[in-house]
Write a protein of this length. Structure first.
Lengths: 564, 119, 501
């Protein structure tokens, strides 16, 4: 494969070509070939910086290949392939092009060696991904997409401001480790934080992902947030603040997910919670913890995609993703059910599934470094993960009460995509060395000890028992159709209300002011007319003065009329 | 499987027929007791090996199981409490949200019937 | 051909074209052909000049001496050359577009239209090349007058009213403020020449600098600084090609170009920076950026929304001058190019929508993207560029304006620019997004959204409209990658005597 600077180029070129490829079958094959070609461009390259050049005195490096970016490049390529395979049936050119551009921008950002390139691709992910939401083509999706885009572009411009300040401070735009000590790095940190769905900055995720198309959500789940995790791992490893942010992130979504009815939104909350584990890992910053973050991101992309795929497959066949409308689907879609359960067990970190071998790294790192409360929070959060992703998703979709859907099994290509992903989830869980071998730091870690396996099983199965007890006693919260408020209420309801009130006041004041002024002017003119008009007393004595005054009045009137 | 309660077993995929035993309430109870038994066994297994523990409290038998059970119940009850505060009608954000729209617009199979339309 | 002759030729071609157009008024095809040919010829000559300027030449021609010290002089320096290149280059596009639009919309009195158009371009080039304030002022007024018939072209009461506001504000401000400023400058320094590093330093009590600057800033009404911005939305009654060229490129850019030129060659950026005289202008420009964006959000009329967007974007350039450092000038000048390319695309799209679908309101555009995909893709690309998103040209001018704000230590201005980007997303991007992805209003009942609608054939505007749109949209992308050259070129603008090349 020739050296082309960045694998993003492959995706961009393909995105230009794809709309013109006919017939549909050829186009699908081309789409699937893109991630493979993209992977080949960096698969065998030795580590180093490629595509380096000087632009307006700035050192641009399109592709920095090192241990960290390599893993993310690998999993992003894999995720793109699986998402495109899953979307084999989609004939909508907009979605196909958007998927390519989005995945390409994600890869480009991960490989960026400098902050300017990072910014370019950072905005690229925002721009390309919004089309996966708009592609639903409803009023609600349009509005949601607009909110999503403003938040994402907002993250981009904050990043840009940070980069500008950073460039002025240091004279360099190299993207490497930074310290939180100036407005520049804080801005960059905040920009990463928005994309990473930090607490209170997280609502775009739960808002947008359920609004995307079935296939779009699978794609969305892989790139944006993991790009942010990568950026944090690159820029801010060992920043203590991240530990607490991450711990909060693991906990709070658990409660929202438990009472959420839209299953894709449940998964979005769950995604948020999983990001928390990764952020904690970045915050701890030891080699073990960073390995944990990278490994967890790798596994997470797979099992989260698998869960979104299985819920998506159900949505494809039944036309709904609401828990209150689903149930009993194991009878119609048993294979999808099995894949969903694999995803659920992976995310819950059952031994022999991928989540187990990655999450343990972060938990061990937090205990090793003496962050006991954080460790405890993560254990509680693990129980929460089991609750919303491990049990709730499969139980209310495929079991619980039979909602009466009698549908076909998912289409073959979806089953294939889910099957491959499920196999990877189990494969990584059974052979952890496959993943450990490519982590950025040398790993000396054994996940499968008797203690670890038994304690983990105890934790999960007793929690499962608690679920069974609650269900049998009727204490488990019922699935009901509702919307649950979250922090987004502040900008979806409160802010518009404030702006509306302000607008009312301003418009009112403006109108009042204009009326008063116009009234004054009218009276003034009338007064002058009385004094200087043809019949006015002054007109006879001072015709010249009258002329001047008239001109002044006319000029004044012209000005007033011109500006109002 | 001919003993299926609804008698619709014949139309199901073979894999689904294997699982259809859980449609019977007494089988669900059996699964429940099986889970209980596994849990007890797991709890007791703590006496059989040397636990590699970070904290003293970890030495307590079945501590993880007990913790998991309590944590789970706590999460659920807190979430139920939270729901009292944050629950709103599904059309709360209408028309700027997808919550009440027909979900089939997301690209469902043309044959999909969808959920019940919003009241 | 010497550089001086080329300079005169560049001015003469559009002027001569006026007469040829007038003579061939009865034969529309020949008339329109002349218009396009003249635009191409002008651009060729301007490119030839650009080459010389890059090579370091600074041609200068004095035409007449009205009285001692008052001369009509044309001299080219990098900033003026940039403006001339933009104006003449986009004239070609607009000339082609006008053919499609004017015929498609069945406009009357097309000959008068093309005559005034050519005159306006000649005036714009004269402004670009003017070597002193006197020359600049004269052609500034010529530009105002020559565009008046264009604005009032439709001869409806609304058109006349809009044109009156247009003329009223531009003439009033230029005579009340600009003329006074010019005379004041002359009396202070005894010269009106544009000189590298400015002519005022040492000749004026620093206390008065902000006042003189205010006279210039408000006098240059074409820069549409609030509160003298009303003419711009009022002028939107004009046919769309006029709005496109004159209100995205020639007239408004003549305003902000004059602003930059006065800042660089009369005050001197170094002098402004040292005295802090432009600090107030920074805040006024920032306020204009935000307020105009917010007003744009509330406008349902497509062209009015674009007009307020222009008001907002012009203040980026004024801001660049007012920040008074090299990056500000680079960013401001770069924004002239980037914004021209983006905004002309937007206006031409608005015109194409009018010609093809007879729609003028944003709220009527739902679902139109399926019928006019190319137009709306171009609209989206231009919007991205104006918002400042990569990989579109506008990202770089925003980058340099941000650098300038960072150099000036103005963190708040950085915040303003960020907020403005978000507002731009809201008022610009909503247009193509709705057009493509919102279900048409009359089919709201359809539960599955537009996805389930049968897609009908394209109903795009005529090719004469469509091709220019695609070209300029492509230009927005090309400018992102071609920025290195522009940047090098802009560094040759002399900022203060010490840094002059």
């Amino acid at each position: 494969m020739p050296e082309i600077g960045t694998p993003a180029l492959v995706y961009m070129i393909a995105a230009l070509v794809v709309p013109f490829v006919r017939p549909a079958m050829l186009r699908q094959l081309l789409l699937l070939a893109v991630p493979v070609l993209g992977l080949l461009t960096f698969w065998q390259l030795p580590y180093g910086t490629y595509g380096a050049f000087n632009l307006m005195n700035m050192h641009i490096g399109l592709m920095r290949l090192d241990a960290l970016s390599y893993v993310f490049g690998l999993i992003f390529s894999l995720a793109a392939f699986l998402a495109l395979l899953y979307a084999w049936h989609v004939r909508d050119t907009v979605q196909q092009v958007a998927t390519l551009l989005y995945a390409g921008a994600g890869l480009g950002a991960v490989f960026a060696a400098d902050l300017v390139t990072l910014f370019v691709f950072w905005e690229g992910t925002a721009l390309a991904s919004v089309f996966l939401i708009w592609a639903r083509r409803t009023e609600g999706a349009y509005a949601t997409g607009m909110r999503y885009l403003i938040v994402q572009v907002g993250s981009g411009v904050i990043l840009l401001a940070g980069i500008v300040l950073f460039y002025r401070e240091t004279g360099s735009i190299a993207f490497s480790r930074m310290d939180l000590e100036s407005p520049a790095t804080w801005a960059i940190f905040l920009a990463f934080g928005i994309k990473c769905a930090f607490p209170l900055l997280h609502n775009w995720l739960q808002d947008a992902y359920p609004a995307a198309t079935i296939t779009g959500t699978v794609t969305l789940s892989a790139f944006t947030t993991k790009l942010a995790v990568y950026a944090l791992a690159r820029g801010f490893p060992g920043t203590e603040l991240l530990i607490y942010i991450g711990a909060t992130m693991t906990l709070f979504p658990v409660f929202f997910a438990a009472v959420e009815n839209n299953l894709r939104r449940v998964l979005a909350y769950s995604l948020n919670n999983q990001l928390g584990f990764m952020v904690v890992g970045v915050g701890i910053g030891t080699p073990l913890a960073l390995n944990g973050t990278v490994a967890h991101a790798f596994c997470h992309i797979l099992y989260k995609a698998l869960l979104f795929m299985s819920v998506g497959a159900v949505m494809y066949r039944t036309g709904t993703s609401k828990a209150s409308e689903l149930g009993g689907l194991y009878k119609s879609m048993p294979l999808t059910m099995i894949f969903c359960v694999v995803g659920a067990m992976s995310i819950s970190a059952f031994p022999l599934f991928s989540g187990f071998i990655s999450k343990s790294l972060i938990l061990s790192a937090s205990a090793d470094t003496g962050h006991y409360f954080v460790w405890l929070a993560l254990v509680v959060a693990s129980v929460g993960v089991l609750e919303h992703s491990g049990i709730k998703i499969p139980y209310f979709t495929f079991f619980a009460h039979d909602a009466g859907h009698r549908v076909k099994e998912a289409p073959f290509h979806m089953l294939l995509a889910m099957g491959i992903t499920a196999a990877l989830c189990i494969g990584l869980g059974v052979f952890p060395s496959l993943l450990y071998g490519i982590l950025p730091y040398a790993v000396d870690y054994t996940p499968y000890t008797v203690t670890h396996v038994v304690t983990q099983l105890q934790l999960l199965l007793f929690a499962g028992l608690a679920f069974a007890v609650l269900i049998r006693t009727g204490l488990y919260p019922a699935e009901i159709r509702s919307v649950n408020l979250d922090f987004d209420w502040t900008y979806r309801r409160l802010l518009p209300a404030i702006i509306g009130a302000l607008r009312h006041v301003i418009v009112g004041t403006w109108r009042f002011g204009v009326r008063i002024t116009m009234g004054r002017v009218d009276r003034f003119v009338a007064g002058i007319y009385r004094a200087h008009g043809p019949q006015g007393p002054l007109a006879r004595t001072w015709p010249t003065g009258s002329m001047v005054l008239w001109i002044a009045v006319l000029l004044g009137m012209t000005l007033v009329l011109a500006y109002i | 499987m001919t003993d299926h309660p609804n008698g619709e077993g014949a139309g199901m995929p073979p894999l689904a027929r294997l699982l259809s035993f859980i449609d019977k309430p007494h089988n669900v109870t059996r699964v429940f007791y099986l889970l209980l038994a596994v849990c007890i066994a797991l709890g007791l297994s703590d006496f059989l090996y040397h636990k590699h523990a970070y904290f003293a409290v970890e030495e307590f038998p079945a501590i993880y199981g007990i913790f998991g059970f309590i944590a789970y119940v706590t999460v659920i009850f807190l979430a139920k409490g939270l729901r009292l505060i944050i629950k709103r009608p599904e059309d709360y954000y209408e028309p700027f949200a997808i919550d009440t729209e027909d979900e089939r617009a997301a690209g469902s199979d043309p044959e999909a019937t969808g959920g019940k339309p919003h009241a | 051909m010497t550089d001086a002759n080329a300079l005169l030729l560049a001015l003469a071609i559009p002027a001569i074209a006026m007469f040829l157009i007038a003579a061939s008024g009865s034969r529309p095809n020949i008339r329109d052909g002349i218009s396009v040919a003249a635009s191409i010829a002008t651009f060729a000559v301007v490119l030839r000049l650009l080459e010389s300027i890059i090579a370091g030449a600074r041609p200068s021609v004095t035409l007449v001496e009205v009285m001692p010290g008052l001369v009509i002089n044309f001299s080219i320096e990098p900033l003026g050359m940039l403006f001339a290149t933009v104006a003449s280059g986009l004239w070609i596009v607009t000339a082609i577009y006008s053919i499609g639009y004017m015929r498609g919309a069945h406009e009357k009195k097309q000959t008068r239209f093309y005559i005034c158009f050519a005159l306006a371009i000649a005036a714009a080039l004269a402004i670009a090349f003017s070597g002193n304030l006197f020359t600049l002022f004269i052609f500034y007024e010529v530009l105002t007058l020559s565009t008046y018939p264009l604005v009032a072209h439709k001869e409806t009461p609304e058109a006349r009213a809009g044109a009156r506001v247009y003329l009223g504000i531009l003439m009033t401000t230029s005579i009340l403020f600009l003329l006074v400023a010019v005379i004041w400058t002359w009396s202070l320094t005894g010269t009106m020449e544009f000189r590298a590093g400015g002519i005022l330093e040492g000749n004026i009590d620093p206390v008065f600098v902000p006042f003189l600057l205010a006279l210039f800033a408000f006098g240059i009404g074409k820069a549409a600084l609030m509160p003298f911005h009303r003419w711009l939305p009022a002028a939107m009654v004009a046919p769309t090609p006029v709005s496109a060229l004159l209100h995205a490129v020639a007239v408004v850019k003549a305003g902000v170009f004059t602003m930059l030129k006065v800042g660089t060659y009369i005050f001197g950026i170094g002098f402004l920076g040292r005295t802090g005289a432009s600090e107030w202008l920074v805040w006024l420009a920032a306020a204009t950026i935000l307020i105009a964006s917010i007003v744009a959000l509330t406008k349902d009329d497509l062209k009015a929304r674009l007009a307020y967007s222009t008001v907002s974007q012009l203040s980026y350039i004024t801001l660049g001058m007012a920040l008074a450092n090299q990056m500000g000038v680079v960013g401001g000048a770069m924004h002239i190019v980037m914004h021209a390319m983006g905004k002309i695309t937007l206006f031409m799209c608005a015109g194409a929508i009018y010609v093809a679908a007879h729609k003028t309101k944003v709220s009527e555009l739902d679902g139109l993207g399926r019928k006019m995909p190319l137009t709306f893709i171009a609209f989206a690309i231009a919007s991205f560029s104006i918002i400042g998103l990569p990989p579109f040209g506008g990202a770089w001018s925003k980058w340099y304006l941000l650098l300038s704000a960072a150099d000036a230590g103005q963190l708040v201005i950085i915040g303003v620019l960020m907020l403005s980007s978000l507002l731009n997303v809201a008022y610009l991007l909503s247009i193509p997004a709705r057009a493509f992805f919102s279900p048409p209003k009359d089919q709201m009942a359809h539960s599955l959204g537009a996805a389930a609608l049968p897609s009908k054939g394209w109903e795009e505007a005529p090719l004469f409209c469509l091709v220019p749109i695609c070209l300029t949209a492509l230009g927005c992308i090309v400018l992102f990658f071609a920025v290195g050259g522009i940047y090098e070129y802009l560094l040759s603008i002399p900022i203060s005597p010490e840094t002059a090349p």
